[in-house]
Design a protein around this ligand. Sequence first.
Ligand SMILES: NC(=O)C1=CN([C@@H]2O[C@H](COP(=O)(O)OP(=O)(O)OC[C@H]3O[C@@H](n4cnc5c(N)ncnc54)[C@H](O)[C@@H]3O)[C@@H](O)[C@H]2O)C=CC1
Ligand SMILES: C[N+](C)(C)CC(=O)CC(=O)[O-]
Length: 487
Amino acid sequence: MTKTAAFIGGGVIGGGWAARFLLMGWDVRLFDPDPEAERKMGEVLANARRSLPGLSDTDLPAEGSLTLCETMSEAVDGATWIQESVPERLELKQKVYQTLQEHCDESAIIGSSTSGFKPSELQSTASRPEQIIVTHPFNPVYLLPLVEVVGTGANDPERLDRASEILTSIGMYPLRVRAEIDAHIADRFLEAVWREALWLIKDGIATTEEIDDAIRYGFGLRWAQMGLFETYRVAGGEAGMRHFISQFGPALSWPWTKLMDVPELTEELTDMIADQSDAQSGQYSIRELERARDNNLVSILRGLKAQDWGAGKILNAQDKRVSRIAETLDEVEDVSQPIKTIERAVPLDWTDYNGHMNEARYLQAFGDATDRFMLIVGCDAEYIQNGGSYFTVETHIRHLDEVHAGQTIRVDTQCIVGAGKKMHVFHRMWQGERLLATGEHMLIHVSLETRRPSEPGPQVAGPLTTVAKAHSALPLPDGAGSSVGVK
Ligand SMILES: NC(=O)C1=CN([C@@H]2O[C@H](COP(=O)(O)OP(=O)(O)OC[C@H]3O[C@@H](n4cnc5c(N)ncnc54)[C@H](O)[C@@H]3O)[C@@H](O)[C@H]2O)C=CC1
Ligand SMILES: C[N+](C)(C)CC(=O)CC(=O)[O-]
């Protein structure tokens, strides 16, 4: 069943939310009185389309529909999820809830993107306070999984649970904040860092660029994967956290920090910061910076996925939830036909200076397809743990057409030989009906103990023979057995 979400305010954050819901298969309605709203939404969506689908190692649901609405009532009518992302002004947000609650379903969840207001402040003038919660995301919403979920005693816990379930289903990580406070958890932290950075600039100690370098070349990289406390635990050496606190704790009361005071944001200070920022990054447009940021985030997140760590673990769990590719022979719809072993979007980090998928990634995709084929015939993690596996001994790839970041590729796999130690497979890679590449691979079953060829166990030999027999009725694929040469 198609689900509908409404977005009130489609700026930096509302646009990012709308893009994420849309790419996760929801029908999206957007209300924003800005005459430029459609253009801005289109640009955010273009960025999201090139970066988000490729984060997943499996195909996402079909994209939902996007409707730009003339009125708030049209947007929220029948919506299950309503996300408010209007500017950070309490009276404006309260007025928006009053209007939208006249038109929305009582069961709908109304989430606010507010960075700083407490949910009780948002609820205080509402006709149904129990509907309103804080769902505070991070920019870019279509890539970063964190969303802080904050409620009050007025909210039924069931509504907060439902909100968390919906956010999880669109690949986010709902962090339930135990009690409402101004600026929730993450922004309390970010504001402290920001205040200290403003002092460093005002006092002429560092420029905007030097501050950014201090973060991105050092501790920012650590934070992205271990946060603060796990990082400091490691920094305490073998004696861990207790040692870290006793060694570095006293420094907190040394006169290092100005965290309690805020420098006055005078014209002069604002000009100084804006000028330094122009000198640092003025050669790029905001959209160029967004694309650089997205490229970097995708690379970092995919690195974390490979380690199944931090945000990468969240993404892997999401892939498992949404994957529609068979894992066992029983799940294969029709064994008499080549078996679908990959369906995914091309990630940003698979493309190269020619603006298309790099040749090495064709092998990666075919390698992933072979791994999935092995899983389907029973060569799973447990089988490998017990010492049996396959090694690839020969590969022939034909690159027939190009494909770009964000486009969906599909690989189907035909088993040419599956007998004894031999597994000879032929992969075809498609984009829709367009054949992009073929990969022919010979694999030999091995004992991981001796590292020598060995006969597969019955739990693999049985399913492999079934597939090989079923596929023996298929014609030999065009290009199979060919070698590199002039036509
Ligand atoms: N920009 C950021 O880094 C983050 C912002 N937030 C929060 O998200 C909310 C929105 O912030 P941004 O997207 O940055 O602001 P923005 O200025 O980019 O977007 C706000 C949008 O709301 C629209 N708008 C104004 N009045 C409206 C109304 N009555 N009905 C519908 N739309 C209306 C504006 O036309 C504009 O497009 C704020 O509460 C902010 O605290 C949360 C996380 C990060
Ligand atoms: C600057 N900000 C307070 C609006 C930032 C956030 O709320 C979260 C983010 O994306 O950094």
